[in-house]
Ligand binder design. Sequence first.
Ligand SMILES: [Zn+2]
Length: 300
Amino acid sequence: MRTSKSHEQWYELVAQKFDEHQSAHIDLQSAFCEKLQILKVLESEKPSFFAMTHNPEREKLYLDLVELFGDVDVFRGFATIPVYHPSRRLKLDDEALRAAFMAGFQTPQRIFWLTCNKTIASAYEDGRCHEVGEEHSLGYPKCCSDWHYDCFFARAIEAFFETYKKSASNMQLLDYVTSEWQPNSGWFLPSEIYLTGLLLSEHKFPFLGYLACPTCRKSVGSPSARLNESYRDLGNLVDPDTTERVRSWANGLRADLTQRIQSVPKIIKEGSADLELTGLEKGVYERHSRYLVKALELHL
Ligand SMILES: [Zn+2]
């Protein structure tokens, strides 16, 4: 620890601030993961942490944390900067359209950031953290980080282009992307499929705070399996009760996941119906949805 306080003491102080801002959190599991990640950053075991603060209550929570850390030797701040790291080239044969999507990924997001690493702190301050890559800036395994970008962003963009390339002009598609598109995983392919992929990762590794790739999910000694264990051990040290509640919640997801996975063909049909697709477009959309299901490896 770079500070005079122990893990347990820091956890108590940080958890108190989280409790004071209940509406800043989606649920118990995600709030717990955030608290554990913050402890890991204070220990220099995780390169950095950042959190979106579009929700004003989250901005208030992190303002309190900035104050809480006082003169502790940890860099922190707020910034409105690009945060997405597109890790592979989009398969689009129209250069202007690809450039428009890439510009969309650069849209500045409001975040709070925290790190003990001076180089990474400078990257946040200069708005270049997205260039560093999640492996170095956040400590996520590269396999998981690349897979997440591929499945949750790139595939939907490529599916969108393939679906409409016959019926819309490149100019019309470009107009849509430049005026309306924002990076968001569920914007085109069925959002329920993405949610199922997310829950599958949380079911397996509930203490991670990011999504694990299928290869990591399948292997006992994978990078994500080891990280999940290390976060779970930290959780057991600082808050065994919440650790047990999160573990039990994750185990309990099994029944819901079984049902969700069985509903996948129906979800795909509903997705194309919601977009009012017919004929060739419907076929392309549903095929890309099935490719996504395969890439997410939606099975228990
Ligand atoms: Zn992985």
